[in-house]
Design a protein around this ligand. Structure first.
Ligand SMILES: C[S@@+](CC[C@H](N)C(=O)[O-])C[C@H]1O[C@@H](n2cnc3c(N)ncnc32)[C@H](O)[C@@H]1O
Length: 264
């Protein structure tokens, strides 16, 4: 289950890749803009402000997230939906999937289906985390795979579920798109107050640790959390009241119908 409050704890750091992604989408007058896996809707609302004449839609499979998003009172149509079942209508000129496709097995096939179904000249903008080999994920895999919970947790440990920027570029140029793909490592400097949990643990509780939490009872979860906290404290030491948390992200912007367009 997604917890909008936990997810929004590092809202500033989490929102930056969204803005960097959308800065590369120069659509002028899109008819419909769809934000897939929109989460708590705060970033979707920025799309409505940027393109006030467009119909803006935010879809997410989590009822908790959509409830939070709808409560914003923004001019956005929010609804519960699974991106795997969703098909773009003929007036979708901008399609955004920010920090969601890492959760969706088979997302490469979805990308090629979407660009085939979008109208020519439409924009697809995707960002996924590329940090599955970072110390945080290695610590998670080590602790989950070696403790008394290993049997329950091993099936939940995902191999890197995303590709690099070059692979997405090859996939989408092969699907007749003009492509702009890149990678960025953000060096997040997270405050580490002495009376609070390790900030990387807090960060992970908002996203990657959710399936682990759901699989363990309260006692096991407390033990697991404490073992992981110790590993994270070694991997990300506190210096001057903060920890340095490098976070790689992968971006791809594709415009459909490359042969019909002169410029990407
Ligand atoms: C890390 S959050 C990103 C939220 C938002 N896009 C943002 O950038 O802040 C991932 C979101 O993807 C949603 N999600 C995961 N799998 C999904 C699926 N198959 N269909 C729709 N939404 C999904 C989750 O419910 C969650 O709200």
């Amino acid at each position: 289950m997604w917890d909008p409050t936990a997810y929004l704890r590092y809202a500033d750091e989490r929102s930056r890749p969204f803005h960097d992604l959308l800065a590369r989408v120069p659509a002028q007058r899109p008819r419909t803009v769809v934000d897939l896996g929109c989460g708590p809707g705060t970033l979707t609302a920025t799309l409505a402000r940027r393109w006030p004449a467009a119909r803006v839609v935010g879809l997410d499979s989590s009822a908790e997230m959509i409830e939070r998003a709808a409560a914003l009172g923004e001019p956005v149509d929010f609804a519960v939906a699974d991106v795997r079942d969703w098909h773009p209508g003929p007036d979708v000129d901008v399609l955004v999937a920010n920090a969601v496709l890492q959760w969706v097995p088979g997302h490469r096939e979805l990308l090629t289906r979407w660009v085939a179904e979008l109208p020519a000249g439409a924009w697809l903008a995707v960002q996924v985390p590329g940090n599955f080999d970072a110390p945080s994920h290695r610590a998670l895999r080590e602790v989950a795979g070696t403790g008394p919970w290993a049997a329950e947790l091993t099936p939940l440990l995902r191999a890197a579920p995303v590709d690099d920027a070059e692979s997405y570029a090859a996939l989408l140029t092969g699907a007749d798109c003009a492509v702009d793909a890149w990678e960025t490592t953000y060096v997040h400097l997270l405050p580490a107050p002495t009376d609070a949990d390790h900030p990387v643990l807090t960060w992970m509780e908002g996203t990657g640790l959710r399936p682990i939490r759901a699989a363990l009872d309260d006692r096991r979860w407390a033990e697991f959390r404490s073992a992981l906290r110790a590993r994270l404290a070694e991997a990300y030491p506190v210096r001057r009241g903060q920890v340095s948390f490098p976070f790689r992200r992968i971006f791809v912007v594709a415009r459909t119908g490359a042969h019909a367009q002169e410029n990407p």
